[in-house]
Design a protein around this ligand. Structure first.
Ligand code: PAZ
Length: 377
């Protein structure tokens, strides 16, 4: 099947999110305003996509991403003069709020106190930091430099990504797509998705069958009557785990999510600069996989990172250039060759990073974007 056919099939069979049109209208107005002002616009994607197992979703598959990379990058892009469309997983980290919303030392309310006059104010020890971050946030909002658009499921994400990327096309080479979201590779297609909560017991399953038979005008007594768990018969133990009968397992059959990056690069935003992230856990394949992705999708930059060390080091892989490793400084220590070797093998230093690696990533991406604009003007 051609890439276009795959795209058509996916988008015609997977329903769009409820607010797609409203989000596209917001994105259009945002892009038009900044294009008119000659400002660059970056689409930052951030956080993980869910894979629902039921249409009325109780359960879903998720991934680890909290959206730190995306939210932090968005701040540095704003600092670098970009207008930012922040397409993010709902309730994941967001620019500026992230400094207080997900602190390991406490919740948001822990940063506040009630003053003597009864009003609420920042705790004195965080007041200076909060004032500074709040003022950066207010500038971004009042100057209309930050547009936040949420998604939840993989389907929502792909619909939103396509709609916004197509709008970004009007920016030509001045548009930048920075794809940092952790996007699921597998999903349950709608035709195989259960409508209701998947039942974990035979009792529930048989009750569902009886109800369906009754609704179809059949005799519900023709279906087996519900049994209690303890009465369940054991079916074949077809594999290596005979203690768990097959009838009690939840076997999830997932289809691959179509690879739409090629469609994005060729069709949705053909003149913009497209940078994607590649996440691996095995250090021996990171660069090979990043290079493979670059060749397969013919875009402009893949930023490789390992799950364990992603806050310490990333590698830029781009056409016609040497691999470029970016690394943060250590607190009160210099990197030795041995330290770097260990880091590259996925060994995490004991202390926290001395700074945010996005401080280095964004200027390096901007540099490549400058070159992209010059080459495509
Ligand atoms: O959200 P986070 O900061 O915890 O993680 C960021 C990341 C590892 C999801 C991102 O840097 C990344 O690699 N995104 C692409 C993942 C992928 O290969 O699909």
């Amino acid at each position: 099947m051609s890439a276009q056919d795959q795209e058509d099939v996916y988008f015609s069979t997977n329903p769009p999110p409820r607010h797609l049109e409203a989000h596209a209208a917001q994105a259009r107005a945002f892009i038009d305003a900044h294009a008119a002002a000659g400002r660059r616009v970056v689409l930052v994607t951030s956080g993980g996509t869910t894979v629902p197992l039921e249409k009325q979703t109780v359960r879903f598959i998720d991934n680890f991403s909290a959206g730190t990379r995306g939210a932090t990058s968005a701040e540095y892009f704003l600092e670098a003069g970009y207008a930012v469309i922040f397409l993010h997983r709902e309730f994941s980290l967001t620019p500026y709020a992230r400094h207080f919303s997900h602190a390991t030392t406490g919740g948001f309310l822990d940063f506040l106190e009630v003053g003597q006059g009864g009003g609420v104010s920042a705790r004195p020890d965080v007041s200076a930091k909060m004032t500074e971050i709040l003022s950066r946030y207010h500038t971004a909002r009042t100057e209309n430099l930050l547009l936040s658009i949420p998604f939840v499921t993989i389907g929502d994400y792909l619909h939103e990504l396509r709609a916004i990327s197509r709008l970004m096309a009007s920016l030509g080479p001045r548009g930048l797509l920075y794809l940092a979201a952790a996007v699921s590779d597998f999903f349950v297609p709608p035709e195989r998705m259960a409508e209701h909560k998947i039942q974990s017991t035979d009792l529930g399953r048989r009750a569902q069958q009886a109800a369906a038979a009754a609704a179809a005008g059949q005799d519900p007594s023709g279906t087996d009557s519900p049994k209690q768990d303890s009465e369940e018969e054991e079916f074949d133990n077809f594999d290596s785990s005979p203690r768990v009968p097959r009838s009690k397992r939840l076997i999830i059959d997932l289809d691959p999510v179509p690879k739409l990056l090629l469609n994005l690069v060729d069709g949705w935003a053909p003149r913009g600069m497209v940078s994607s992230f590649k996440l691996e856990t095995d250090p021996t394949i990171l660069v090979t996989k990043a290079r493979y992705s670059l060749e397969r999708y013919q875009h402009h930059l893949v930023i490789g990172n390992l799950l364990a060390t992603r806050k310490w080091e990333v590698v830029f892989v781009s056409p016609g250039r040497e691999d470029n490793w970016l690394r943060v400084k250590r607190r009160g220590k210099e990197w030795t060759d041995e330290d770097v070797k260990r880091l590259r093998q996925g060994e995490v230093p004991k202390e926290e990073p001395g700074e945010e690696i996005e401080r280095f990533i964004i200027p390096a991406v901007k540099d490549l974007h400058d070159q992209h604009i010059k080459a495509n003007a």
